[in-house]
Design a protein around this ligand. Structure first.
Ligand SMILES: Cc1cc2nc3c(=O)[nH]c(=O)nc-3n(C[C@H](O)[C@H](O)[C@H](O)COP(=O)(O)OP(=O)(O)OC[C@H]3O[C@@H](n4cnc5c(N)ncnc54)[C@H](O)[C@@H]3O)c2cc1C
Length: 524
């Protein structure tokens, strides 16, 4: 029987894969598209790590992450992330990843929310593609078994232990793959929304499978919306990175007014959620789909942002002369399968890492670029824990207090099969964007909940999107406050009543698990 079965081939899955093979564990990767297909490959920005001790420190990175997370990060998990991050980055370089350099040193840049320049990048704005290339090549060089175009459909849980998965193989035939340990690294769920930066593979499959199997899932109401995705009919939408505003681009409304000056002292460089809300509000007020990004003042756009430049040119726009139409897009899911500090879920034998997991490092709002690092750090920790003989979760990280928690009894989350309707995904995406997007309230969320309840999915992935969408809406309804990326127009303030995680175990009713006393924050 295989020692380690890895689901997904992005940064998180392949990091776990390579560590497992290097530890001498038999390892198989199942991935539903090609080995190099993932959200990872889309990430332009970079990886933050406190590599230069004279200007930066893990403590500073920790403080920035906790601030972004709006008092919902797990501090121990963040400490693991920031202290082990630098070694994982050095290891990635040893696997062949080539990062941009200034002379002999790694070039670093600063992104929103980081107090120093600590984000390393590759190919200017092609960091994720370089990481994906290096990890995929290492996987192939190590001769690890990769089964491409295998769609995992369900987790196998027997006598309370995960023992592998059900999947459709490359020919579409149903199969079972059994393993001692199963690692969920299936990425995020941006495809729940009509407007998203996430690629087609980001359908929340691992999270939906976990929900169906009764594995604890939390924080799914915290979908981060990137404020400036290019408003074009393409899906995924092209992300115009924050760095473009960092270089001087300005958001304007249809009258040409630079409206962010009225919204926040940092104007266009305000935190992501502030910018996303401001654009959405203005779009609603004016009955428009987008605002405008004026990057005409950036002289060396093509050199500084070669990938964005090529993509924008491909749709006929020239940033030197044209304002770029932009709108907020679903970008990053902070929640997922709950794990302890080693990536263990509450079901023995089942582990999770990367965007599919909720390790507590992102809280209510991910600090820019912490996600690639998250995959590197926790993908490796899972395997180190397995190699050290760990078999059951412990009460660490977000699992404090819930390891033996079974959740309320209730109906299982079934995949609804049967009646086929065309374009169910489009319908679901529109409902989610309209009613569970950047600005939420009871009325909109209830409307979303009712609409989702009546939907009949017509594929495995659509069923997964529906399952994750229903959980997201239920959590967003239950969280009667605004915090991080979750904005309730009817509850605009943060409330101490919600200093905790909304956890799903069985059914669509989340339970609020308060933060342990020692972690309960003072409200600022
Ligand atoms: C446009 C864009 C820009 C971004 N920019 C940055 C950035 O600059 N810095 C940063 O840190 N983060 C960034 N992010 C976020 C970051 O890229 C992701 O959070 C991260 O790459 C997720 O890695 P992962 O390994 O968890 O998942 P992914 O990279 O999404 O990989 C998931 C894998 O699982 C496979 N899979 C999914 N479902 C199944 C199934 N049912 N069966 C089998 N296989 C399955 C997929 O095919 C894929 O191979 C960005 C994301 C996007 C979309």
């Amino acid at each position: 029987m295989t020692d380690v079965l890895v689901l997904g081939s992005g940064v998180a899955g392949l990091t776990a894969t390579i560590h497992a093979a290097n530890r001498g564990l038999t390892t198989v990767v199942l991935t539903k598209a090609a080995l190099d297909t993932s959200a990872t490959a889309y990430a332009p920005g970079g990886v933050p790590a406190a590599l230069e001790e004279d200007v930066d420190s893990p403590d500073l990175h920790l403080a920035d992450t906790l601030t972004a997370g709006a008092h919902l990060c797990d501090e121990d998990a963040v400490r693991v992330l920031v202290t082990e991050g630098p070694d994982r980055v050095r290891e990635l370089i040893s696997f062949g990843a080539r990062f941009d350099r200034l002379g002999a040193d790694l070039a670093t840049t600063r992104e929103g929310g980081h107090s120093v320049a600590r984000v390393i990048h590759a190919g200017g704005d092609a960091t994720g593609a370089e990481i994906q290339r290096a990890l995929a090549q290492t996987t192939l060089d190590l001769g690890i078994e990769v089964r491409e175009r295998w769609l995992v459909t369900d987790l196998l849980v027997e006598d309370g232990r995960a023992v592998g998965v059900r999947a459709l193989d490359a020919s579409g035939a149903p199969r079972q793959v059994r393993a001692r340990h199963t690692v969920v690294a299936t990425g995020g769920a941006g495809q729940c929304f009509a407007i998203t930066t996430n690629p087609p593979v980001s359908t929340g499959d691992g999270i939906a499978m976990a929900l169906r199997a009764g594995v604890a899932v939390a924080d799914v109401e915290f979908m981060q919306f990137h404020p400036t995705a290019l408003d074009s009919p393409s899906s995924p939408r092209l992300l115009i990175s924050e760095a473009v505003r960092g270089e001087g681009a300005v958001l304007r409304d249809d009258d040409g007014f630079a409206f962010m000056t009225e919204e926040h002292p940092l104007a266009d460089l305000a935190p992501r959620d502030v910018v996303a809300r401001a654009i959405t509000r203005r779009c609603i007020e004016r009955g428009l789909d987008h605002m405008w990004l004026d990057a005409t003042g950036i002289r060396n756009f093509a050199d500084r942002f070669p990938t964005i430049w090529r993509s924008v040119r491909a749709v006929g726009l020239d940033p030197a002369h044209d304002f770029l139409p932009v709108a907020p897009a679903a970008h990053y899911l902070s929640g997922g399968v709950m794990t302890d500090l080693d990536g263990a879920s509450n079901v023995p034998g089942l582990w999770a890492c990367g965007e599919a997991a909720c390790s507590g490092v992102h809280g209510a709002n991910r600090l820019a670029s912490n996600s690639l690092l998250d995959g590197l750090v926790f993908g490796s920790r899972i395997v180190e824990a397995i190699a050290a003989g760990k078999d059951v979760p412990e009460q660490s990280g977000v699992m404090r207090g819930i390891v033996r928690w079974e959740g309320p009894a209730g109906r299982d989350l079934d995949v609804v099969a049967g009646v086929r309707e065309p374009s169910i995904r489009e319908w679901l995406q529109r409902v989610m964007t309209r009613d569970a997007g950047v600005l939420r309230d009871h009325e909109r969320l209830t409307r979303a909940s009712d609409a989702l309840a009546g939907m009949q999915p017509d594929s495995v992935e659509d069923a997964n999107l529906l399952t994750v969408g229903r959980a997201l809406v239920a959590a967003a309804l239950a969280r009667e406050e605004s915090r991080g990326t979750h904005t309730r127009l009817d509850f605009p303030e943060r409330s101490p009543r919600f200093d905790g995680r909304l956890v799903f175990s069985h059914g669509f009713t989340p339970t609020l698990v308060p933060l342990p006393e020692s972690l309960a924050p003072e409200l600022a």
